[in-house]
Write a protein that binds this ligand. Structure first.
Ligand SMILES: [Zn+2]
Length: 283
């Protein structure tokens, strides 16, 4: 549903960016066996779009980067607030900006797989889907190290079939990550979106957010990053605490947060005034 323009842009650039990400030597094995036909573990949850969590926890996710004009300044905004996020990166962009990938990791965020060229996976056969995911996975490992290998993916536009989710989990060990809040920052105001209107993006996110949400934002778009200071401050002021996708998945499964409850200790010390304490029922 999202990213028609982004998809066209990304597809348009692949001809000039389709160089090999580098030697395949020293690459670690895939999360699972990596063999086609591997079945997922019994009971494995294949997909997430929202969580039940014991507190005011949310996950903010940034898609379609890294973009040199946007992503580093977004990282500054997150660092100033001690907020950790998850970046669903496009491999054909990541290969051009490995230093941004390394900074995302160094700043304590999570990297996840958003394919190599941002094609709709429902338009591809299994070998095409496999290539889109494998190429990005291997590039991220090559750039950021095996410890930062992606553990999940997001299908471009949210387009995915149940059968694809199953074999991708079996082969890559990836759950499919969707979202519960899409402010449509990829769509023009004339079509109901808020692209180019950072104040409206902030309003949509802050007014809708509730515990357990996965928020979708695109660091591909400058106006979306422009909206982040007010958006992040608005969410903090409402008492929300930010977790990475792996953290919120673990919390939803009953695991304790590292560093104690409340999300403190997960992040670098915030350099801005801490938000008011969470009040149950306050949002
Ligand atoms: Zn996307």
């Amino acid at each position: 549903m999202m990213c028609a323009a982004a998809g066209a842009l990304l597809l348009g650039m692949t001809a000039c960016s389709a160089r090999k990400p580098g030697s395949a030597a020293h690459q670690p094995p895939a999360p699972n066996s990596g063999r086609p036909g591997t079945a997922p573990a019994p009971g494995a949850k294949l997909s997430y779009s929202q969580f039940k969590v014991p507190g005011p926890y949310i996950a903010i996710t940034f898609d379609d980067g890294p973009v040199p004009a946007n992503t580093p300044r977004l990282l500054d905004m997150l660092r100033q607030r001690g907020i950790k996020a998850t970046f669903f990166v496009v491999g054909s962009f990541a290969v051009r900006s490995p230093q941004i990938i390394r900074r995302i990791i160094a700043d304590g965020h999570e990297i996840a797989n958003h394919t190599w060229t941002h094609r709709a996976l429902t338009s591809l056969g299994d070998s095409g889907v496999r290539s889109e995911l494998r190429r990005s996975h291997d590039l991220i490992v090559q750039v950021a190290g095996a410890a930062s290998a992606p553990h999940m993916f997001r299908p471009p536009g949210g387009a995915i079939t149940a059968r694809q989710k199953t074999w991708i989990m079996g082969e890559f060990g990836y759950p499919c990550i969707l979202w519960s809040i899409d402010p449509r920052d990829w769509e023009s105001p004339q079509r109901g979106g808020c692209k180019g209107q950072p104040w409206e993006l902030t309003r949509r996110i802050v007014s809708q957010a509730k515990s357990g949400d996965i928020i979708l934002v695109h660091d591909l778009h400058a106006s979306s990053v422009d909206a982040m200071p007010a958006t992040l401050d608005g969410l903090l002021a409402k008492g929300f605490r930010f977790l990475t996708m792996s953290q919120i998945i673990a919390l939803s499964q009953g695991h304790a947060l590292p560093g104690g409850q409340g999300g403190h200790g997960l992040a670098n010390a915030p350099t801005v005034k801490p938000p008011p304490l969470f009040t149950p029922g306050g949002f």
